[in-house]
Write a protein that binds this ligand. Structure first.
Ligand code: ADP
Ligand code: GLC
Length: 488
């Protein structure tokens, strides 16, 4: 098997810098691709947290001026990842997160911060580094999506390896005013309907959808949903025109990081055979969230960004009714300020039943998976969703909205599936408060039947949520594209 060099481009990568599932994917896919003959180097921005985590960093290219200041490209390793890091202090040396300040306001120069990354990817693809010529470019989400456009508008005869764009969330599109175009270094003719123009501005994701050779997204259901106005968020027309190039590949999970039998972030390790040990984690979770130590109460866990996408306003609305059937809730999340306040208020009004932690906390996230009976994901849309996959591995039974990747990964415990012994969780549809309550009632009912519940847990723990199959699919796509180039 001829090995392939893939240059991946991502604005976050776990465990160095993470705001959501994109980081988990960018951090785990390279190791899985290795086994498929693909060697990945990932290009990331030199945020302070990234620079601090580098090992064996060496400068391989200097720019006296790059998008408004001096910059250099570092080649480095960190926790098993091969990285290129764009060290550009004027773009990335900031107090806040990757995209904005800690209070959630986007940086005003995001167009340049991420165009710089994408342009560098395109330069490397064209041969900027003599001893590193990638065979394929794999870009993730809008912050990297301009790279295929830069390649497209490169001078005639330039080296142009094939490109794959993975959409993790079409709600984030990177749309900027027309006035940024000149400073991005794109030619005036690129401002066209079949170029980077998008509703009168410059659309980064739109440009990627226009020019990438293949478009993948993170579940089969989402790949169909985004072709419709309900989920396509204005990009469905372009996606429909490219429908034959749109492919859904489910995410996997990093089985080293998310493994209940070895997880060092939880009090008691366990596996399927040792499920009776799990309640000790439940007790630790109850304690951490200030809930009574009650082994019989159905403990619902949530770990989530708090945003409209995740549908947690429905849970908030449902709380007065849910409290009537004796459940507990442990919720870890951050984001929308009104939702944060709402859940904190609920914890005050319903002290023995609702425990809330506002903030980002990796340790607590693992404990929720290891201790909750049910893991709830009531999203209005969900490209893939990783937390329900972690829940499967940890024996927390997922209760999920029937959308996107949630629909593709959880087998609903209806009568037939229970009889066939294949159910792994509960789905509900439509995504409404009443349907959510009904699903939790169903879960409550099965929970009281211990052998049946144990069966659901073990089915989930047995489910293959590894990166093996997904990595094979990505590698196949890379190989097909490279081969097709060779034939032309
Ligand atoms: P999304 O990327 O849309 O937020 P995913 O389910 O794909 O949704 O991934 C979310 C990731 O972020 C998971 O790894 C989850 O554990 C983590 N996460 C979300 N919120 C928090 C939080 N408050 N504290 C710790 N981890 C969190
Ligand atoms: C996005 C999506 C989420 C997906 C993640 C990783 O953040 O919202 O559903 O799991 O990307 O692909």
């Amino acid at each position: 098997m001829i090995r392939i060099r893939a240059l991946a481009v991502a604005s976050e990568i776990s465990p160095l810098i993470k705001t959501g599932g994109l980081a988990d994917v960018a951090g785990a896919l390279p190791a899985a691709l290795l086994a498929e003959g693909v060697d990945t180097v990932t290009l990331v921005p030199g945020y302070p947290k990234v620079l601090a985590a580098l090992r064996e960093a060496r400068s391989i290219h200097d720019f006296s001026e790059y998008f408004g200041g001096p910059a250099r490209l570092l080649a480095a390793k960190s926790v098993g990842l091969d990285l290129f890091v764009l060290d550009a202090p004027h773009l990335y040396l900031r107090e806040g997160g990757p995209y904005g300040s800690h209070d959630g306001v986007d940086y005003p120069d995001n167009a340049f911060r991420f165009a710089a990354l994408a342009r560098l990817a395109s330069s490397i693809a064209q041969g900027m580094l003599q001893d590193y010529l990638p065979d394929v470019l794999h870009v993730h989400d809008w912050p990297a999506a301009l790279a295929p456009a830069y390649l497209h508008y490169a001078e005639p005869g330039a080296r142009r390896p094939p490109t794959v764009l993975t959409i993790h969330n079409i709600a984030f599109q990177g749309k900027f005013p027309k006035s940024v175009l000149g400073a991005l270094g794109l030619p005036p003719e690129s401002f066209a309907i079949d170029g980077v123009e998008f509703y009168g501005g410059v659309g980064f994701l739109k440009a990627g959808l226009q020019f990438a050779d293949r478009i993948t997204t993170v579940s089969p259901s989402y790949s169909a949903e985004i072709l419709t106005p309900e989920f396509g968020m204005g990009l469905e027309g372009l996606l429909r025109a490219r429908a034959s190039d749109v492919i859904g590949i489910l995410n996997g999970v990093d089985e080293e990081v998310w493994n209940p039998s070895r997880d060092s972030l939880i009090p008691v390790n366990y596996n399927q055979a040792w499920l009776p040990l799990r309640p000790r984690n439940k007790a630790a979770l109850q304690q951490l969230f200030g809930l009574p130590l009650d082994s019989q109460a159905l403990l619902i866990g949530v770990v989530s960004r708090l945003s409209w996408q995740k549908g947690l306003d429905l849970l908030l609305e449902a709380l007065p009714e849910i409290k009537l059937f004796g459940v507990q809730l442990a919720l870890l999340g951050a984001g929308d300020k009104a939702l944060e306040r709402g859940f904190l208020d609920a914890a005050r009004v319903l002290p023995g039943q609702v425990g809330v932690k506002i903030g980002y906390d990796e340790n607590a996230a693992h404990l929720v998976q290891a201790g909750a009976d049910v893991f709830l994901v009531p999203s209005r849309f969900e490209p893939c969703g990783l937390t329900q996959l972690y829940a499967l591995r940890y024996g927390a039974v997922p209760v999920v909205a029937r959308v996107g990747g949630l629909q593709d990964t959880i087998i609903d415990a209806n009568e037939m599936a229970l009889k066939a012994g294949v159910a792994t969780g509960f789905q509900f549809s439509p995504v409404t408060k009443d349907a959510l309550i009904a699903a939790l009632r169903r879960a409550r009912c099965v929970f009281s039947d211990k052998p049946r519940w144990r069966h659901l847990q073990s089915n989930g723990m047995k489910t293959d949520v590894s990166w093996r199959n997904p990595a094979r699919r990505y590698a196949q796509i890379f190989r097909q594209l490279i081969q097709a180039r060779g034939e032309t």
